[in-house]
Design a protein around this ligand. Structure first.
Ligand SMILES: Cc1cc2nc3c(=O)[nH]c(=O)nc-3n(C[C@H](O)[C@H](O)[C@H](O)COP(=O)(O)O)c2cc1C
Length: 239
């Protein structure tokens, strides 16, 4: 299938053929493709859980309120955001960058790149009990707004969460398109009890479940109707 055919063939399928053969390796391969997705500042604050244990799958189906896509899926994958890993990932990016600069004279452009992970990432991702980091971000953003200089309005924990979920959702889309390219069907789900899933996967309090994706060979009755979209001119604008 070419890209257009993959896009057109991907549908949210809610009933899977439980007797059809299923190659788990295709899920693994698709997750390996997902890590190539665009992500904010290459911080990769995501995790993907391929549920291979039958016992865990049963528990997650229950957390997905027994909805049919989850219940009949051959496999489930959980897409998770990990705000708590920001220090580790900033250090990883910084170390990578420093390696590239070994034996080279550091230019002001290189310094800016290094400071991106040394100073800017801590400014974006730090949260503290007293809200001091949020206050600092608020003051910086307010100052820029007053003097009319553009700035990212990333201030609160909610702003950070939006950024993390954007990144994770892009990985989920890569995953679904990859699965379709291998002739497998998927269904993204946000209908689940996040607290239960976090407990099943032993995730820390700050982790968030972005989506659970059901995978399998879809049955024709698993497509609930023709694909409908509002007219393009309601959502696509050339300005
Ligand atoms: C973030 C998100 C959450 C979704 N949650 C569910 C869900 O819980 N259950 C479900 O059956 N479908 C769910 N869907 C699938 C959508 O209903 C579906 O993508 C939409 O109707 C368009 O249909 P299509 O995917 O076949 O093009 C979800 C999709 C997205 C992107």
């Amino acid at each position: 299938m070419n890209f257009d055919q993959i896009l057109k063939a991907r549908r949210s399928v809610r009933v899977y053929d439980e007797n059809a053969g299923f190659d788990s390796q295709i899920v693994t391969k698709s997750l390996e493709r997902s890590v190539l997705s665009a992500n904010s500042s290459n911080m990769q604050l995501w995790e993907f859980y391929q549920i291979s244990s039958e016992e865990k799958k049963k528990k997650i189906v229950r957390a997905c309120m027994h909805q049919s896509a989850a219940r009949t899926a051959s496999e489930l994958v959980v897409f998770v955001t990990r705000h708590d890993k920001w220090k580790k990932r900033a250090a990883w990016n910084l170390a990578n960058m420093e390696k590239q600069f070994v034996g080279k004279e550091i230019t002001s452009k290189d310094k800016r790149a290094l400071n991106y992970y040394k100073k800017l990432m801590p400014l974006f991702y730090t949260n503290d009990f007293l809200g001091i980091a949020t206050l600092i971000r608020f003051l910086i953003v307010s100052y820029h707004t007053i003097i009319g200089k553009p700035i990212i309005h990333l201030i609160t924990h909610a702003d950070q969460r939006v950024s993390l979920h954007k990144t994770c959702a892009l990985a989920a889309q890569t995953f679904m398109l990859s699965m379709k390219s291998e002739n497998y069907d998927t269904c993204p789900m946000e209908g689940f009890d996040e607290r239960i899933i976090k407990r099943i996967l032993n995730l820390p309090a700050s982790a968030e479940v972005c989506m659970v994706i059901a995978c399998g060979i879809g049955k024709s009755e698993g497509i609930y109707g023709p694909r409908t979209r509002v007219p393009n001119d309601e959502v696509i604008f050339k300005v």
